[in-house]
Design a protein around this ligand. Structure first.
Ligand code: DI6
Ligand code: FE
Length: 403
């Protein structure tokens, strides 16, 4: 006998094997056992199935739990002051060159004890969870020395232990050049490659690495050296690529078999083709586009034509995307970037799972997947993207339990 049987509901399975928009099954049912989905289908197909608890959902829509596959959730302080400066006309790059921007958050993060970082991030995490998030990726990148980067990753690990959410941890050691290395770039890259990376890998604190490939970040050669070392240690790679300019980061990431390239406003067709050939995901981040008042959008039509799966994420960070709502990103992905509501939904479920290399585990409602589910009081799944920041599901099920 199963643990739970959800009935009187409609399913947006997001499973491509279900040939309907959103992988929809109306009048569906879901069997759950030991935290996993064991059976999915029409209620009538599951008629003879028995469970300890049979739960009618009053015609609600059930979706996979949302997956936020790109965040910088852990950081000290915040940058509301820079928000005011930007509104007075300063650009993100100007502020960064003047020692603000990421460097300001680095100072605040280095000063904060681990406990402070955890407690500062917790309400942000809970807001995202209320919005429907059941898996979140969290990057380091504001420590930029061994101690600071490991502290951030430990804070992320702690959040995953404390809260009913899956946390994937990424080492973003090449996020910005720390101020003390201003005249010694090569020394910092060497520190990241020879010391920070092996420390994060040996403690299992990070399963992937990321870098900011940009004029105000790191060059393709520097990123390449970091990726090579990461690949030798068996870590996945992904890249902040083509956000502000085209340094051919997407193609570089493709050469390393990266999971994803993220942002991509300035990617060209060669970059998109390289991503397609490498089976990568394009992670679109409309929050940063919006906050920076960018006008150049990621080439959604090209990505579609090359069949590169598109994920959508919050990029939650204190500088360019102080976003606490996953559904708001679905809305913005549609309105700002031209995705369909179904694409936006796939972007925060199936394709986000692939961007984390976890598509076997999460991201669709299908037998064998973790029972991470959201129950929404909506009449159709497009409403998740239609409301400008839908407040979130009525119920959130994590690993088969209400949470
Ligand atoms: N690109 C971004 O949008 C964030 N990091 C990055 O590499 C910005 C992070 C920040 O401004 O704190
Ligand atoms: Fe980012």
């Amino acid at each position: 006998m199963w643990d739970r049987l959800l009935v009187d509901c409609n399913l947006a399975t997001m499973d491509p094997a279900v040939a309907a928009p959103f992988g929809a099954i109306e009048n569906g049912a879901i069997g759950i056992q030991d935290g996993r989905i064991v059976r999915v289908g029409k209620r009538t197909e599951l008629a003879g199935c028995r469970a300890r608890k049979v739960e009618p959902l009053g015609g609600a829509w059930v979706t996979p739990g949302l997956i936020d596959c790109h965040t910088h959730l852990v950081f000290g302080g915040n940058r509301a002051g820079e928000f005011e400066q930007r509104l007075e006309g300063a650009s993100y790059e100007e502020i960064a060159r003047a020692g603000g921007g990421i460097a300001a958050t680095v100072d605040a993060t280095r000063e904060a004890p681990l406990e402070t970082l955890v407690e500062a991030a917790r309400p942000r995490l809970r807001a995202l969870m209320r919005g429907g998030v059941t898996t979140i990726e969290i990057k380091s990148g504001y420590g930029l020395d061994i101690e600071g980067e490991l502290k951030m990753l430990r804070a992320a690990r702690r959040l995953g232990e404390d809260e009913p959410v899956r946390v994937e941890r990424t080492l973003l050691a090449l996020h910005a050049l720390p101020p003390e290395f201003r005249e010694r770039r090569e020394d910092y890259v060497r520190l990241a490659v020879d010391s920070i990376l092996p420390a994060a890998a040996s403690e299992g604190l990070a399963t992937a690495v990321d870098a900011f490939c940009e004029h105000i970040g790191f060059t393709p050669d520097e990123v390449g050296a970091f990726f090579e070392a990461a690949a030798e240690l068996g870590l996945d790679v992904k890249l902040h690529a083509e956000q502000l300019s085209n340094l051919e980061g997407a193609a570089l990431a493709a050469r390393f078999g990266a999971l994803s390239a993220d942002h991509l406003e300035h990617v060209d067709e060669a970059g998109v083709a390289a991503m397609a050939a490498a089976g990568m995901v394009a992670v679109l981040l409309p929050g940063a586009f919006y906050a920076l008042r960018e006008t150049r959008r990621p080439p959604v039509e090209l990505l579609r034509r090359h069949q590169v799966p598109m994920a959508v994420a919050t990029d939650c960070n204190p500088g360019t995307s102080p976003v606490l709502s996953p559904t708001l990103m679905m809305s913005m992905a549609c309105t700002l970037f031209g995705l369909t509501p179904e694409e936006a939904m796939a972007g925060m479920t199936r394709h986000a799972a692939k961007a984390l290399g976890r598509e076997g585990e999460i991201g669709t409602i299908a037998p064998g997947k973790a029972a991470d589910l959201c129950v929404w009081r909506v009449a159709r799944p497009a409403e998740l993207a239609y409301w400008i920041g839908h407040p979130g599901p009525e119920r959130r099920i994590f690993s088969g339990e209400d949470a």
